[in-house]
Design a protein around this ligand. Structure first.
Ligand code: ATP
Ligand code: MG
Length: 426
């Protein structure tokens, strides 16, 4: 079969040309692999700054070959055969061919370097990813029929999926990503093996699983990938609360909201009660910023029932003041709208927010009108809990009535303090 390369691959070959020559003159072969080859053969254009390469050179030889020409070299992956480098503004990850052996309790293989591109390709996750292009001759290596599978729209493993998924169960989660991003259908034996081996996900570091799920969730339409995870029982292992929902419901709303991790996760979990949703998310050990943001999105939009869309100035001020770092109430409203449950009053809430933004520039982080020292001087008290209480009183007043002048704030503090003294004395 003749295969024509598109702009991405031709551009990549041109960019790696000088590197390829250097490897060739030292007697090594260098191949482009991974997404850049696969996506180009599918007619997709990729951002051109991130390339995966494989070679028969050992890591120390790779390091020596790139050293003179690279703007930066990173070698954290050297144990696994990978040297990373930046040349002319593009990032390359160059990995020595591998022919690993796997143990039964870890997905981390005993690293064995190899000399053969065919063996290296045989241990890759899917046939569509087991493609390599020789960077000197431009020859395509496709020993497992990856191009045919791309054309037929099938996701298969180069060898038996039961062995492949048992060796590295993370591949089952990666399958979901490739199903969703490439529009492939998993072969029957892939589905069967994933069903059988789902509990082996337990040997995979949860961070690696989350990384793959993050990437899947940020695709234009993650739903087919999530449907695969549910169908194979993988979702039960990962997010059991979500797995109990109707199949059609899982992930149906994710593609509607903006492509930001916190919104995507919140959309995925939005059909669960907020507390359960947050518990599910925590199973994947995400950053505390993500948990805070997702919790805020879910709790603040749980207004379909008794809570109600914020419509008064007071409600909007309170909600704005709860905004976590990096988020905004505008985002929250647009999230609620895109999620599809545009509740009554949302349009009015957006308008009211816009006018409050003009009137009260410190809406998200209300500034106290008086400092602690000013209050202490005013009341002739030593610093202590009373200052915090006075600040809380002023903030409550601000939520209900809006900002006050310094003079008004002083009057408020004085009368609050007098009342407090009186009631303490009575
Ligand atoms: P993209 O960069 O578009 O997300 P990719 O296919 O390049 O997709 P990467 O995660 O960058 O995916 O991995 C690069 C290549 O390394 C893959 O194409 C695949 O050949 C191989 N690979 C990555 N992870 C695994 C794994 N767990 N098991 C086997 N092969 C893998
Ligand atoms: Mg890649």
């Amino acid at each position: 079969m003749t295969v024509t390369f598109g702009a991405s691959l031709n551009d990549a070959l041109e960019a790696v040309g000088p590197l390829a020559e250097r490897f060739a003159s030292a007697g090594y072969r260098l191949y482009l692999v991974g997404g850049v080859v696969r996506d180009d053969l599918m007619g997709r254009v990729r951002p051109d700054n991130d390339y995966d390469l494989t070679t028969d050179a050992r890591p120390d030889a790779i390091r020596a070959l790139v050293a003179e020409h690279a703007e930066a070299v990173w070698a954290q992956g050297e144990r696994f055969g990978t040297i990373g480098c930046r040349i002319a503004g593009r990032d390359y990850e160059i990995t020595t061919h591998r022919s690993d052996a796997y143990g039964s309790t870890s997905r981390k293989p005993e690293v064995v370097f190899g000399d053969s591109i065919e063996v290296d390709l045989s241990r890759r996750d899917f046939t569509v990813n087991s493609l390599a292009v020789d960077t000197v001759s431009g020859e395509l290596f496709d020993p497992f029929g990856g191009v045919d599978d791309l054309q037929a729209g099938i996701l298969r493993t180069p060898s038996g999926p039961d062995i492949s998924f048992s060796d590295d169960p993370l591949r089952m989660v990666r399958a979901a990503r490739f199903i969703a991003t490439l529009g492939l259908e998993p072969s029957e034996d892939v589905v069967f093996a994933a069903q059988e081996l789902r509990s082996r996900l337990g040997i995979v570091a949860v961070e690696r699983i989350r990384e793959e799920l993050d990437k899947t969730l940020r695709l234009p339409d993650p739903q087919p990938g999530l449907a695969f995870l549910r169908r194979c029982g993988l979702l039960t292992e990962l997010l059991p609360g979500l797995a109990r929902l109707d199949a059609a419901q899982v992930g149906a709303k994710v593609g509607r909201v903006e492509d930001r991790p916190e919104m995507r996760w919140a959309a995925l979990l939005s059909d669960l009660a907020p507390d359960l949703a947050v518990e599910e998310l925590r199973r994947l050990k995400p950053s505390s910023d993500l948990v805070t943001a997702v919790t805020w999105f879910l709790r603040s939009t749980g207004w379909s029932g008794s809570v109600g869309v914020p419509t008064t100035r007071e409600q909007i001020r309170r909600l704005a003041a709860s905004t976590p770092e990096g988020q905004s109430l505008e985002d929250l409203f647009s999230f609620a709208k895109l999620l599809g449950d545009s509740p009554d009053g949302l349009v009015e809430a957006v308008e009211l927010l816009a006018s409050l933004r003009v009137e009260e520039p410190d809406l998200d982080r209300p500034m106290p009108p008086l400092s602690g020292d000013q209050i202490a001087n005013l009341l002739r008290v030593e610093p202590g809990p009373v200052l915090g209480q006075a600040h809380r009183m002023l903030l409550e007043h601000r939520f209900v009535h809006g900002p006050v002048s310094d003079d008004q704030a002083e009057l408020l503090v004085r009368s609050w303090f007098d009342e407090r003294q009186t009631s303490a004395g009575s």
